[in-house]
Design a protein around this ligand. Structure first.
Ligand code: SAH
Length: 494
């Protein structure tokens, strides 16, 4: 039976590493959200997510058998139960929200494995356990990997509770960034402010506020399922190694961008996604949220620039950077800069009215005759535009995971943009989604041992596993989960 009695949080702790970095109002909302079983359900029924964790843990039972494990942020307790099923001697299931009581109930109701789970209701930054552990399991990933700033709790647990030779599931995460061209999305955001174009709103002229409204809409990151054919470049990536990264390194994350754009086109911003690696002793497994991969409740994310830039020549490189600056509301300010060689004025499209001389950044004082176009945008990762939910996601996602099947012919090597640059996210050779090599040959659920299909494990979906990992993408569209991660936590529903 799960034991909540002899190991507990320290209620007298007034401040801790979590409290030091977190606004208390944000934390209250956050743990209130996760204390609701429906939000735990949302994550559980993301079968790509849950199935990949299940496989990564059970296929690596060698790493768990007889071991002490900590589940950092156990929620419903699902990963603790997986770890116990893989043979863990004891699992310390730490959960700060009210979901701790559900974890306890679930462990009690599944005594053959649950009896080895000790639920601890408290923040990992304030609890104590009687030993160091061999393995940490956790699902600390938010939108763009780092939203929620829970990775800091994960590495706090590493420093305090993990043995020197211990393992972390997952072991690392990567953020990938590609340029995208999507005029429809751009126009959608640009026209959101059209309300403010009214000159006679109850007799008032609102137009002076229109530019402010437009700028406001362009500070929202867009979360949805990105059609792979809008990706027009290779990707730049950064790896966060959870085994070694320091908390300070997560305060400001800088990802230099060098994006080779295949077709001449208008770049409307950057598309971002992430993946994580379970580096088991027996099997390595990736959980990817790339465009075109079976979709997860994280979807993908785009930063749309109010001033797009134009790439006039095939193969031109767009440079710049993505800077993520942590803030105390458990998220990040996102700063994007893109630069491209200027194109000659005669090539500038003007049909949509937004590609004019103003596409050249005024911050640099450059003009269309200068050598560089530059565009900047700043966004709050905590305030996304959940576009997916506006587009009938609720209907789509009723589809059962066991019915998902991905035809081999879907695995092509192009996204329709002629983009077959080595390492491009749309280059499916790079994603390793190669049915021919997985041994099961028909359903797209490649596995490392090649013998698991969606039908055999109807509720334990796992992803086809890349054969190499220089980039983060593939192309299949399959709705899976219920809603966006932390919809309420952002404070702004659609
Ligand atoms: N492990 C569960 C839940 C993942 S969601 C699953 O995979 O389904 C992340 C969970 O971590 C939430 O329930 C949240 O309340 C909890 N959490 C976040 N930060 C925490 C912290 N510092 N200490 C303890 N729990 C935390």
């Amino acid at each position: 039976m799960p034991n909540q009695a002899n190991i507990s949080s320290n209620p007298n702790t007034t401040t801790d590493a979590f409290a030091d970095r977190t606004d208390s109002g944000s934390a209250d909302l956050y743990f209130h959200y996760y204390g609701m079983l429906q939000h735990q359900q949302n994550m559980l029924q993301d079968y790509i997510r849950t199935g990949t964790y299940n496989a990564a843990i059970l296929e690596n039972s060698q790493d768990f058998a007889g071991k002490a494990v900590m589940d950092v942020g156990c929620g419903s307790g699902i990963l603790s139960l997986f770890a116990a099923a893989a043979g863990a001697r004891v699992v310390y299931a730490v959960e700060a929200s009210g979901a701790a009581k559900f974890a306890s109930l679930l462990a009690t109701a599944n005594p053959s494995i649950g009896s080895r789970i000790k639920v601890i209701h408290g923040k990992v930054e304030e609890i104590e356990i009687p030993e160091k552990v061999d393995v940490l399991v956790s699902e600390p990933m938010g939108t763009l990997l780092v939203n929620e700033r829970m990775i800091e709790s994960y590495i706090y647990a590493r420093d305090k509770f993990l043995k020197a030779q211990g393992k972390m599931f997952p072991r690392l995460g990567r953020i990938h960034v590609s340029a995208f061209s999507d005029d429809m999305l751009y126009q959608e955001i640009a026209t959101k402010s059209s309300f403010w174009q009214q000159e006679n709103f109850y007799g008032l002229d609102l137009t002076c506020l229109a530019p402010h409204a437009t700028s406001g809409y362009f500070t929202q990151v867009v979360v949805d399922q990105i059609p792979p054919n809008v990706l027009v470049s290779n990707c730049s990536s950064i790896t966060l190694d959870f085994m070694t990264i320091a908390a300070e390194e997560l305060q400001e994350i800088i990802l230099p961008l060098s994006l080779q754009v295949a077709p001449p086109c208008t770049i409307h911003g950057i598309a971002c996604w992430f993946d994580v690696l379970f580096d088991g002793s027996t099997v390595q497994r990736w959980l990817s949220t790339a465009p075109g991969m079976p979709v997860t409740h994280w979807f993908q994310l785009r930063c749309v620039l109010e001033r797009p830039i134009v790439v006039g020549k095939p193969g031109e490189t767009v440079s710049g950077e993505l800077v993520l600056s942590a803030h105390s509301r458990q998220s990040y300010d996102v700063h994007v800069t893109l630069r491209a060689p200027s194109i000659v004025p005669s090539l500038l499209p003007n049909n949509n009215g937004y590609i004019t001389s103003t596409t050249i950044s005024s911050s640099t004082g450059s003009s269309i005759n200068s050598n560089v176009q530059e565009s900047k945008g700043s966004f709050d990762l905590k305030d996304p535009y959940y576009r997916q939910l506006n587009q009938g996601w609720g209907q789509q996602q009723q589809q059962q995971p066991s019915s998902i099947s991905i035809a081999a012919e879907d695995y092509t090597n192009s996204n329709g943009n002629g983009n077959n640059i080595e390492g491009a996210p749309t280059n499916l050779l790079g994603s390793g989604c190669n049915n021919a090599g997985n041994g099961n040959g028909n359903d797209g659920y490649c596995t490392t041992n090649g013998n698991i299909s969606g039908d055999e494990y109807p509720h334990q979906q796992q992803q086809q596993q890349p054969t190499h990992h220089e980039n983060g993408g593939a192309v299949i569209l399959t709705p899976q989960s219920n809603g966006v991660r932390m919809m309420m936590m952002g404070g702004h529903e659609v």
